[in-house]
Design a binder for this molecule. Structure first.
Ligand SMILES: [Zn+2]
Ligand SMILES: [Zn+2]
Length: 300
């Protein structure tokens, strides 16, 4: 099934150039883009590379690498970084800015637990932590989602050589997230799924739903851009009603570019949602990752 869609502009270029372009074109996205710019700056801190994951010995080969992993992270570094980003979020205009600014100062804010819950996509725990800090869970979650990116990307860089070549799953082989967007890469248009968190890219055969795994071609369809054709489209699945956006690119996007491409293609999300397709609400794996204090004496 192919449905044609009206479409807006395509994104391109490096992350910072792309970020500036989006801020110019979409003043309504400026708050998020300001926070993302701060995240990019923080990612340049070389100490994130100290967070070398200790992988679980009993992990199944079909599970993401970080399943059950322990990742050392200084509580002081985590606390300073999360509070810094919350302070910036508190300066933006918005109904939750006052609460976010207050949370940045609150002694009830548990930055390590927040990062852990976010990485594990543990919504109930995140809601409980937001409640303790006196903030709306969605508002806090959006900020901490960004706060987790420097750590997740550092982990992905460290673990890149361990990603199985034969990985053919629908979720990220490193952090277990569903793909944010798919690249249709190069002249050969190879399909590469991209993680919007750690930035990992992985292959999945073209005619397979990343969410339910069906390769029944009568169940798979696409919503095609009116002006850009195959260059920007939504791949849909009738079996699980899931969708993934697909954007053509000549080169691989950097990990930092993926969330920007995801944002710049929000029109495709709206088109998919308008036709009753959705993204899975449940994560692919209960990651069970633990952030550990490198200064603490190990107990096991
Ligand atoms: Zn990932
Ligand atoms: Zn499906």
């Amino acid at each position: 099934m192919t449905v044609r869609l009206p479409i807006m502009s395509r994104s391109g270029g490096g992350a910072r150039r792309q970020l500036d372009g989006l801020a110019q074109a979409h003043p309504e996205w400026r708050s998020w883009l300001n926070l993302y710019a701060e995240t990019l700056r923080a990612s340049e801190d070389p100490t994130w590379a100290d967070a070398v994951p200790v992988l679980a010995n009993d992990r199944s080969p079909i599970a993401p690498l970080l399943l059950g992993a322990r990742v050392p992270l200084s509580p002081r570094q985590a606390d300073a970084w999360v509070r810094h980003l919350l302070t910036i979020a508190g300066r933006e205009e918005g109904p939750q800015s006052g609460a976010l600014a207050a949370a940045a100062e609150s002694d009830r804010l548990d930055a390590v637990a927040l990062l852990e819950a976010t990485i594990n996509q543990d919504a109930p725990r995140l809601a409980a932590l937001a409640d303790a800090a006196g903030v709306d869970p969605d508002a806090l979650g959006a900020v901490v989602q960004l706060a987790a990116l420097p750590l997740l990307r550092a982990c992905a860089r460290t673990l890149a050589p361990l990603v199985p070549q034969a990985w053919n799953g629908g979720c990220c082989p490193v952090c277990g997230a569903w793909p944010a967007v798919a690249e249709s890469r190069g002249l050969e248009r190879s399909r590469r799924l991209r993680c919007g968190r750690c930035g990992t890219d992985w292959g999945l055969v073209a005619l397979r739903c990343p969410f339910c795994g069906t390769d029944e071609h009568t169940q798979l369809g696409s919503l095609i851009s009116e002006t850009e054709g195959e260059a920007r489209k939504v791949e849909t699945c009738e079996t699980c009603r899931g969708y993934v956006k697909s954007v053509a690119t000549l080169r691989a996007w950097s990990p930092e570019e993926v969330p920007l491409v995801d944002l710049a293609s929000v029109d495709l999300d709206l088109a998919a949602i308008d036709r009753d397709f959705g993204r899975p609400t449940a994560s692919a794996f209960d990651l069970g990752l633990r952030l550990t204090d490198p200064a603490a004496v190990p107990t096991s």
